[in-house]
Design a protein around this ligand. Structure first.
Ligand code: FMN
Length: 201
């Protein structure tokens, strides 16, 4: 069993999403001691944004690759291999400005790649090319998103569900910490619920 863990909070020491991901990892290691883990801390080791040559590489067939395109797509290749090779994807992420941190978006822009992680069939429909990867996503947000009005402002969960679904990751469990800065009681409740789920993994 292989676990790929991606941590996206800019806070390193006091991050609630990272702390919960630590608990998840400990539980997972307890359950599957023979497992291997890759941790990508994309704040301490940021993923650069894709650029002109990366995109040229995405849309050029491999037979036509030169050194420049090989170099420009090397990181994308590496991140995609890592993702396709894993059994479980664990993402820990805060909500920043109603969406995901740009650090996580940078990772996504490398792994969502035409003819590599998703394709388009003759009927112009998308199909995913990442198989047998299950995902757990730990999110943390300062406010509480349980009402209709607030749910409409949450672009974290619907976005991650859509973009991971596109590449074939459809078995996703969201573990949401809410009210971290605005409602201590709800924060405590969500923490207990998430902890309880992790303990039963
Ligand atoms: C730059 C920044 C933007 C944020 N934007 C939002 C937001 O739009 N909505 C919200 O509910 N909380 C927002 N927060 C609060 C964080 O989501 C919250 O503190 C979360 O628990 C941080 O996760 P962490 O403890 O893992 O770093 C923001 C925090 C920061 C630092």
């Amino acid at each position: 069993m292989k676990l790929l863990r991606i941590d996206a909070s800019s806070r390193i020491e006091s991050s609630d999403s990272r702390k919960m991901a630590n608990q998840f990892q400990e539980q997972w290691q307890k359950n599957t001691p023979e497992s291997s883990i890759i941790i990508r801390d994309i704040i301490n080791n940021p993923i650069p944004h894709i650029h002109q040559k990366t995109i040229e590489g995405f849309y050029t067939s491999k037979e036509l690759f030169n050194d420049e395109l090989n170099n420009a797509t090397r990181l994308s290749d590496e991140l995609i291999t890592e993702l396709k090779d894993t059994d479980l994807l664990l993402i820990s992420t805060p909500m920043y400005n109603f969406s995901i941190p740009s650090a996580l978006k940078a990772w996504i822009d490398h792994i969502v790649r035409i003819n590599s992680t998703f394709g388009i069939n003759k009927e112009s429909q998308f199909y995913g090319m990442v198989e047998n990867v299950k995902a757990y996503i730990i999110t943390s947000a300062g406010a509480v998103y349980n009402s209709k009005e607030m749910k409409a402002l949450d672009f974290v969960q619907p976005y991650l569900q859509t973009v991971l679904g596109l590449i074939g990751i459809t078995d996703i469990t969201f573990l949401s910490l809410e009210g971290t800065t605005m409602d201590p009681e709800i924060f405590e409740n969500t923490k207990q619920v998430v902890s309880g789920i992790i303990n039963k993994l």
